[in-house]
Ligand binder design. Structure first.
Ligand SMILES: NC(=O)c1ccc[n+]([C@@H]2O[C@H](COP(=O)([O-])OP(=O)(O)OC[C@H]3O[C@@H](n4cnc5c(N)ncnc54)[C@H](OP(=O)(O)O)[C@@H]3O)[C@@H](O)[C@H]2O)c1
Length: 316
């Protein structure tokens, strides 16, 4: 496993990291979740991403149980706030920042997180209020570094313009061969300001492994067939997308990689990406995914792959 520096922070995180959206505490049983986490550590993955809202606290609880047995300085832990936790608890107000960080720390069984991320921008709270509150929890030692997820270029720049507050070091956008929008403005702004990308759904929720045949129903046991985990995958399950993904397979084979590994190596070709956050329902998936770190791929093959998917919505 190779490691990259996270923006202007002092954190070094694994190029492949493990997330917990839909999986741990929700669609993946606790013993499998524990096995995935153990395998991740065996493979050198040191960066774990979660959010208070994943399973309304359940993901953090499962991670907290598993992580409690490990030295706190042996992993880099990231969580988020913003998404509703109840009818009244949501957003990035000062009161929510203080309330949600304490609840996350309790579930995660730790007294600090390495990275605290604003899951989305909160149009109902003045940005200055959020940045001030985040700065206070950094200075109180509850949070080491701060980041954001899916903010617009204007929102990002507005945060950088506020004096006297802690600075963001990470951006968490969706980014994959099928979703390249961050390349237009977010990545250049971040690269110029000491902010790295830690990207979500780098495998388009599993679609970029090529395991979904456009002419057959999805295989049993996959996210696309899951009642609890399949709610957001529909956009990638359309026939034209699946057909094009199948055509990527020989290109990956030419690089000596599985399509999943090739897709992760493609994400990591971008120097402003510090880590590709994968999900995993089984430990073996992490064996395959972790091997993408350090893969050397002829840029001509990446170009061929980009051209093949260009024209699909979000891919160009
Ligand atoms: N900031 C945000 O708004 C946001 C949004 C979404 C996600 N995230 C973060 O990003 C993380 C990753 O998102 P994601 O789960 O969508 O990522 P992903 O890596 O694109 O998809 C993960 C899923 O693909 C399948 N898969 C993974 N590796 C595989 C392999 N080698 N072979 C076959 N199938 C494989 C597994 O599903 P099955 O085995 O069930 O098919 C797995 O759960 C999340 O856990 C979360 O931490 C953040």
């Amino acid at each position: 496993m190779k490691y990259r520096k996270l923006g202007a922070s002092d954190l070094k995180i694994s190029e492949i990291s493990l997330g917990s959206w839909l999986t741990y505490g929700v669609g993946v049983e606790a013993d499998k979740a524990r096995a995935c986490l153990d395998r991740a550590f065996d493979l050198g993955i040191n960066f774990i991403d979660t959010a208070n809202a994943y399973g309304r606290g359940a993901a953090e609880t499962v991670l907290g149980e598993s992580l409690a047995k490990r030295p706190r300085d042996s992993y880099v832990l990231a969580t988020k706030l913003f998404v509703p936790m109840s009818d009244t608890d949501r957003g990035l107000s000062r009161a929510q920042v203080f309330k949600q960080i304490d609840a996350s720390l309790q579930r995660l069984r730790t007294d600090y997180v390495d990275l605290y991320q604003c899951h989305r921008y909160d149009p109902d709270t003045p940005l200055e209020e959020t940045m001030q509150a985040l700065s206070e929890i950094v200075r109180a030692g509850k949070v080491r570094w701060i980041g954001f997820s899916e903010w617009s270029p204007e929102q990002i720049e507005a945060a950088f313009a506020i004096p006297g507050v802690e600075r963001f070091v990470s951006s968490q956008p969706q980014y994959s061969l099928l979703w390249r929008r961050p390349e237009r403005r977010v990545i250049p702004i971040c690269a110029a300001n000491g902010v790295s990308q830690i990207v979500w759904s780098p495998l388009a929720q599993g679609v970029l492994t090529g395991k979904y045949d456009p002419n057959s129903p999805p295989p049993a046991g996959t996210r696309a067939t899951s009642d609890t985990m399949g709610s957001a995958i529909a956009r990638w399950m359309e026939k034209p997308v699946l057909e094009r993904v199948q055509q990527l397979k020989p290109i990956a084979a030419e690089a000596g990689l599985t399509l999943g590994q090739f897709s992760l190596a493609w994400v990591l070709r971008e120097p402003n990406v510090a880590s590709a956050i994968v999900g995993a329902s089984r430990p073996e998936q992490l064996d395959e995914n972790a091997a993408a770190s350090g893969a050397v791929v002829d840029p001509a093959l990446f170009k061929k792959a980009e051209e093949l998917v260009a024209g699909l919505q979000g891919a160009s």
